[in-house]
Design a protein around this ligand. Structure first.
Ligand code: FE2
Length: 361
């Protein structure tokens, strides 16, 4: 075997003398590189890090600026032509990647009176959180959910959906999708049918009536990996926070908080993303906290600041801000405040990799 003989000549089958060892290693690395191989010991500490490493940075997008630019985009392109008229909220450290965190996309979508955003479906799941407007709808699997500020609508993996606005006002909402995570697995599919709108096959509000009222109809889909409810209204959820506060159920970091759940099994609304709504009493000074899920927050009432490591984010109503994974953060509010939040915690929990730390080190 001439090849084997050549290799034997170069290394003599064992490491060279001590002063030659670096040269011998470099020569070895070069040789294995030509065969698409590399020594793990040179990169071990970079690929198996002692603590989570993120490229994402904390950042806030102020609604006043965002709204003006989204409204301006309305004069440049129609919802139909754009398919989805969305301005992406890109993490400043990951420009050009359509990511707010490494696993989550965030964007602000607008639909003008009379417009339709045509039906489609995709493997990525979406959470829509309504910021502005009244009376536009998202239609999911043949059911229309009419939306008001603070409502949140899910469109799960492969659920057909379209949006329409029969009202007289523009509607703006925050879209958060898991497609960076889906694309990491290289598992994305999408389908763009010819029909602009789905046929309405179910009554408006059916899913909440069937599954979110403490009863289940015969044949309820108990093994679904996502919630059968498509619209969680602010009107229904917000008063629960007042009750929690009155009952003294106020977490030292997260305030009086509820997690949106699949009412059939108590699990998350989607297998890849979870959502929460939290009330913070006037004068709240949160204890520092960190977890491995990067989180996107939206303020729905009040305002305050969030200290993320050394950076202070200041935010008010409808501002969107992002806290990257494993960055220690603490909220402070002078007035009563409500925050909605979305993260990939359910996906991490399903994989057994989610961790949190409640006390500063
Ligand atoms: Fe979509």
């Amino acid at each position: 075997m001439p090849g084997a003989a050549k290799r034997q000549d170069k290394t003599n089958g064992k490491p060279g003398p001590k002063h030659n060892i670096e040269a011998a290693r470099e020569e070895f690395y070069e040789r294995i590189s030509k065969r698409d191989m590399a020594p793990l010991w040179k990169v071990m500490k970079n690929v198996v890090t002692k603590e989570p490493v993120t490229r994402a940075v904390p950042h806030v997008w102020h609604y006043e600026d965002v709204k003006a630019l989204v409204m301006e985009s309305g004069g440049l392109i129609s919802a139909e032509e754009a398919l989805r008229r969305v301005l992406i909220l890109e993490n400043p450290a990951m420009r050009g990647e359509s990511k707010a965190t490494n696993t989550l996309f965030a964007g602000i979508q607008m639909i003008l009176p009379g417009e339709i955003a045509p039906a489609h479906r995709h493997v990525s799941s979406a959470i829509r959180f309504v910021l502005d407007g009244e009376g536009a709808y998202t239609s999911v699997e043949g059911e229309k959910a009419f939306m008001s500020p603070g409502d949140f609508v899910i469109t799960a993996n492969w659920a057909p959906h379209d949006h329409g606005n029969p009202s007289k006002k523009p509607m703006l909402w925050l879209d958060v999708l898991d497609f960076p995570a889906v694309n990491f697995f290289e598992a994305s599919f999408a389908d763009y049918p010819d029909n602009e709108m789905q046929n309405t096959t179910r009554g408006d509000g059916d899913s909440a009536a069937f599954y979110a009222m403490g009863v289940l109809p015969d044949g309820a889909p108990i093994h679904l990996k996502r919630s059968p409810v498509i619209n969680y209204t602010y009107a229904r959820t917000r008063p629960i926070l007042d009750r929690l506060k009155k009952a003294g159920e106020i977490d030292k970091s997260h305030g009086a908080r509820v997690h949106y759940v699949n009412p059939v099994n108590g699990g998350p609304v989607l297998p890849t993303m979870g959502a929460s709504l939290a009330l913070f009493p006037k004068g709240f000074r949160g204890e520092p906290y960190r977890a491995t899920d990067g989180t996107i927050f939206v303020c729905t009432e009040g305002g305050g600041t969030t200290k993320v490591e050394d950076k202070v984010l200041e935010w008010g109503v409808n501002d969107v801000f992002v806290v990257p994974p494993w960055k220690r953060y603490a909220h402070s509010m002078d007035k009563e405040t409500v925050l909605f939040s979305i993260s990939d915690r359910p996906a991490q929990e399903a994989l057994g990799i989610w961790r949190e730390e409640k006390r500063p080190s």
